[in-house]
Design a protein around this ligand. Structure first.
Ligand SMILES: CC(C)(COP(=O)(O)OP(=O)(O)OC[C@H]1O[C@@H](n2cnc3c(N)ncnc32)[C@H](O)[C@@H]1OP(=O)(O)O)[C@@H](O)C(=O)NCCC(=O)NCCS
Length: 179
């Protein structure tokens, strides 16, 4: 048995319709087509997509970061609702953290709904800590955002930490995605 192909890759124009569909499914339409095209073209943005293992035209996940001075701002993270809780969110977050490390960034940050306990637990697994709260940040609901930071991306031990996480995530994915 072998692990079926789960390969993060940069967004390309041919996947824009699928990205918009996944965005609609997970966020009700957070970013527009033009927004995704801008991300694709910006050298300061990394937008990773995760095609479905058996159908490269279908998308099951995406994640994006902006590189701003020495910080990685994680702006979007999504896994198809039918495939959540199998380790794919970890795979995507790890891909973004590796990209941030390759870019030589020092720390990563993001905002998350205070009620999004699943996402918060995911970020905490990778060393993110709550550093503050933006009151009423989400206008539609008035909900607060938590601000989370992960420091130490530039520390020498972070590279081996990434390796350790990748092994653990690979093991986790094997149990769900063996052919
Ligand atoms: C947040 C999201 C990306 C997580 O993706 P996922 O593939 O389900 O996450 P994983 O399977 O890799 O989970 C990794 C860990 O995160 C935590 N976690 C993830 N979802 C959770 C949930 N619903 N409840 C509790 N913990 C959860 C757990 O610690 C989990 O590890 P475990 O399964 O060994 O306990 C996904 O739920 C999603 O797309 N949600 C909708 C969009 C969204 O909220 N994005 C984040 C915006 S900031």
């Amino acid at each position: 048995m072998s692990l079926i192909s789960l390969q993060l890759q940069p967004l390309t124009a041919k996947h824009i319709p699928q990205v918009l569909a996944l965005d609609q499914l997970c966020f009700g339409g957070l970013w527009s087509k033009d927004g995704y095209l801008r991300e694709m073209e910006s050298p300061n943005s990394t937008l990773l997509i995760l095609p479905a293992p058996h159908d490269q035209n279908k998308l099951i996940g995406l994640g994006c970061l902006w590189s701003i001075v020495e910080e990685a701002h994680i702006t979007i993270m999504a896994v198809h609702p039918d495939l959540q809780r199998r380790g794919l969110g970890q795979l995507i977050l790890l891909g973004l953290l590796r990209d941030a490390w390759r870019r030589g960034l020092e720390r990563a940050t993001l905002e998350v709904r205070a009620s999004n306990h699943g996402a918060i637990a995911l970020y905490e697994k990778f060393g993110f800590q709550v550093a503050g709260r933006r009151k009423g940040y989400y206008q539609a609901t008035g909900e607060d955002a938590l601000i989370m930071w992960r420091k130490g991306l530039d520390h020498p031990e972070f590279a081996s930490q990434l390796q350790t996480w990748e092994t653990a995530v690979g093991d986790r994915l094997q149990s769900h995605f063996l052919r």
